[in-house]
Write a protein that binds this ligand. Structure first.
Ligand SMILES: C[S@@+](CC[C@H](N)C(=O)[O-])C[C@H]1O[C@@H](n2cnc3c(N)ncnc32)[C@H](O)[C@@H]1O
Length: 314
């Protein structure tokens, strides 16, 4: 029986068409308030199977029963599905580019006292937002940074947000930070390396679901790195349209190393394809929004997605 179940559920050729899996997602959405509708099925199934194998469960149906009887299992599943891997200055070259080319452009586009707003969407344990704040403090000076910079760090994972808010990291976590910056922005305590408390207070940490919550507003730099890869093309489109609303006219979107916006003409103009930095497209008309949101029009344009994800990650 177990082997039969294994054959019927764990060998999957057509992930979109697995009714047992869809029923499980439906249960999670309606009974547990965990909505994975917009996530890529192939990635999602891999993560679920990883979790199921670790507790010796072979079918989605049995796993659903297990989730019903073991409330703590949901947390373990969330940990497996929402991959929180991150680090300071992840993809160092791209961050160098941000420091030398993008941050100076943002500062130059503003009056001396004008606020600068930054959003790390899918911030995991916070390394990304602290990395950007360090670069802004380096460019503006700490005093001016404290006066002008407001940051938002959001994630759907409550535990990750909690960790990010602490701003405390282990010796292993801080390995990617250049020593001179480590010395300037962190205090070494018994608990670990604690980020500059005053600067940390410029960050608002919020639980936020990119797929359904309203976006932040008037953002100058939006980092959404290594998050869109988990979503299907329709969900990516709707998230990117929200990002367009969130961004100010002279502003930038910073994606992960393996992500890129394909339909750049309508919505985002590439500034550096190498480093996945885009500027907000300035002349977006109402009909452009409608064609981006409408998946049939997107398909008619010959594309399946406005974000390009390498085959091996699909
Ligand atoms: C691989 S981490 C990326 C962390 C960081 N941006 C980086 O590139 O190092 C992906 C993050 O996206 C978050 N995430 C997944 N789905 C999300 C959603 N619907 N809304 C907001 N965040 C989400 C996960 O919880 C996780 O923290």
């Amino acid at each position: 029986m177990a082997l039969q179940e294994k054959t019927s559920t764990l060998v999957i050729n057509s992930p979109e068409a697995n009714p047992e899996f869809e029923a499980l997602l439906d249960y999670l959405k309606h009974s547990q308030n965990c909505d994975y509708t917009g996530y890529r099925r192939s990635t999602l199934m891999r993560r679920f199977q990883h979790r199921m194998q670790s507790i010796n469960i072979n079918s989605y149906q049995s796993y659903r029963q297990y989730l019903q009887s073991e409330p703590r299992e949901l947390l373990a599943l969330l940990n497996d599905v929402l991959i929180n891997v991150t680090c300071f200055f992840r993809d160092r070259d791209a961050w160098n580019y941000l420091a030398t080319d993008i941050i100076p452009k943002i500062i130059a586009s503003k009056q001396p006292d004008e606020p600068i707003r930054v959003w790390s969407a899918g911030c995991a344990s916070g390394e990304e937002i602290y990395s950007s704040l360090i670069l802004l403090a380096e460019a503006l000076g700490i005093e001016s940074c404290l006066k002008r910079v407001r940051c938002f760090a959001t994630d759907v994972d409550q535990a990750a947000i909690w960790q990010a808010r602490q701003g405390t990291y282990s010796a292993r976590d801080i390995m990617g930070i250049p020593p001179v910056l480590l010395e300037k922005y962190f205090q070494h305590t018994e608990e670990g390396y604690v980020f500059h408390p005053q600067l940390r207070r410029t960050i608002i940490f919020v639980h936020h679901d990119l797929a359904k919550d309203a976006p932040m507003s008037k953002i100058d730099l939006l980092m959404c790195r290594n998050v869109l890869i988990y979503f299907n093309p329709e969900a990516q489109t709707s998230i990117l349209v929200r990002f367009h609303f969130a961004l100010k006219n002279t502003s930038f979107l910073f994606l992960g190393k393996t992500e890129s916006v394909i339909s750049r003409r309508e919505i985002f103009t590439p500034v550096s394809l190498k480093h996945r930095v885009y500027a907000k497209g300035l002349n977006l008309e109402l009909q452009d929004y409608s064609s981006l949101i409408n998946p049939h029009k997107l398909k008619a344009s010959g594309r399946t997605s406005i974000v390009d994800v390498p085959k091996k990650l699909r």
